[in-house]
Design a protein around this ligand. Structure first.
Ligand SMILES: *Cc1c(COP(=O)(O)O)cnc(C)c1O
Length: 417
């Protein structure tokens, strides 16, 4: 199935009792079995079935099946948030003394997570994205995983996933990719060699900002060795399912950051239009980026779809159907950035991306507030930078809103003296 067909039809369960065209919301914490023996077997993974929603739930499973199909993996685990999915993805294989090597161009929340993992003796080494020598040098005997975002948020650099996967695999390391900003509509990282893909489904997958959630998907290809990943030792017998089996049996159920059935349902509603929205939003972002670049030479516009982007070539090779729906502008000073944001009438001042509505934010004072100056610079966060997550509105209205706001950056109507 092609993408827009897959988002509406894939992952359906055939034995649905009443023929409902949407998966029912199983808003139940627990599931009864006829006998104690059957419950024992389900607990022991000897029989498929549901017992408790923190571990698994049929509505959540329907969402997981759909994501597994879209990302081209073998299994997914849905979580309460994108951060929960990332934390589960890392902690499922790491122990004290282990190291992560990551692209420095990351979402601020992930940088915060890496900092907080230091208290557990897990160290993170940051490397400039797509700098292969730097990645090679940073990898050592303690390294256990490589991490990057498909399109760095908010630097908007595009990771060459294929090359990074080759480097990781030569050193017998898994590559974990955060695909939130690109989505499986633009690229399927597992097809390019990534081993695990993580999505904050709070963003484009849900699409309307109606609920927080995250999901991770395993390709099943990575060969886990018990000497290097002792926490997986008991699960290696599950073969390609070792990683997911360990997660479901331990760290995922221990942490308990499960997805609620209600939010899984909202995601399943939203995801049906993922392709349509992405197509429109990428087109809108491209037109807005081009319009600002052409109309205001003094404003620096960063968008992977523009020839001026240092990542345009790799974006062209790797992404299909658009260049993402996020762009950033640098307007000269923090004061100008605040002024631009405050003068917008339609775009919403929101710490979010991937909504149907156009959203703006000043990353330096919000999502990257807890990053160090060095981390901010490496993540492409500057004092005068405004991030724009472009929505599905009519492009003429989006441009009109930015036109009046840009022209008011130095004051508009409000008397200064
Ligand atoms: C939002 C975001 C996250 C975190 O997701 P939540 O659902 O907010 O926890 C992780 N990575 C990226 C790239 C994001 O944009």
């Amino acid at each position: 199935m092609r993408f827009n067909t897959a988002v509406v039809h894939e992952g359906r369960e055939k034995n649905e009792t009443y023929g409902a065209t949407l998966p029912p919301i199983y808003q139940s914490s627990a599931f009864e079995q006829e006998t104690a023996e059957k419950l024992e077997k389900i607990f022991d993974n000897k029989l498929p079935g549901y017992c408790y929603t923190r571990v698994a739930n049929p509505t959540v499973a329907a969402f997981e099946r759909k994501i597994t199909k879209l990302e081209g993996g073998i299994a997914s685990v849905a979580c309460a948030s994108g951060m929960a999915a990332l934390a589960n993805a890392f902690l499922n294989i790491l122990r004290t003394g282990d190291e992560i090597v990551t692209s420095a161009s990351l979402y601020g929340g992930t940088i915060d997570l890496f900092r907080d993992l230091e208290a557990f003796g897990i160290r993170t080494v940051y490397v400039e994205n797509n700098n292969w020598d730097a990645f090679e040098t940073a990898i050592n005997d303690r390294t256990r995983l490589i991490f990057a975002e498909t399109i760095g948020n908010p630097r908007l650099d595009v990771t060459d996933i294929k090359t990074l996967a080759n480097i990781a695999h030569r050193r017998e390391l898994p590559l974990i990719i955060d695909n939130t900003t690109a989505t499986s509509y633009l690229v399927r990282p597992l097809e390019l060699g990534a081993d695990i893909v993580v999505n904050s489904s709070s963003k484009y997958i849900n699409g309307n900002s109606s609920g927080i959630s995250g999901v991770l998907t395993d390709s099943g290809h990575f060969k886990w060795k018990k000497e290097k990943y002792p926490v997986l030792a008991d699960y290696i017998k599950f073969g390609s399912m070792a990683y997911i089996a360990r997660m479901r049996a331990s760290i995922f159920r221990d942490i308990g950051a499960c997805l609620s059935p209600q939010n899984a349902f909202l995601n399943l509603l939203g995801i049906e239009t993922l392709g349509l929205r992405m197509e429109r939003q990428c087109q809108n972002a491209y037109e807005l980026a081009r319009w600002i670049q052409t109309s205001y030479p003094e404003i620096h516009v960063n968008y992977p779809g523009l020839k001026s982007s240092p990542w345009h070539e790799i974006a062209k090779q790797e992404l299909h159907g658009g260049y993402g729906a996020i762009l950033t502008v640098r307007v000269g000073s923090g004061k100008n950035a605040f002024s631009l944001i405050n003068h917008l009438k339609m775009a919403r001042r929101v710490s979010n991306i991937g909504d149907t509505k156009t959203l703006v934010i000043h990353p330096a004072s919000t999502i990257s507030l807890y990053s160090t100056e060095k981390q901010k610079a490496a993540a492409g966060v500057y004092e005068d930078l405004v991030r724009i997550s472009v929505g599905i509105e009519d492009i003429e209205d989006i441009i009109q809103d930015f036109k009046q706001a840009i022209e008011c950056i130095n004051g508009c109507g409000e008397k200064t003296e």
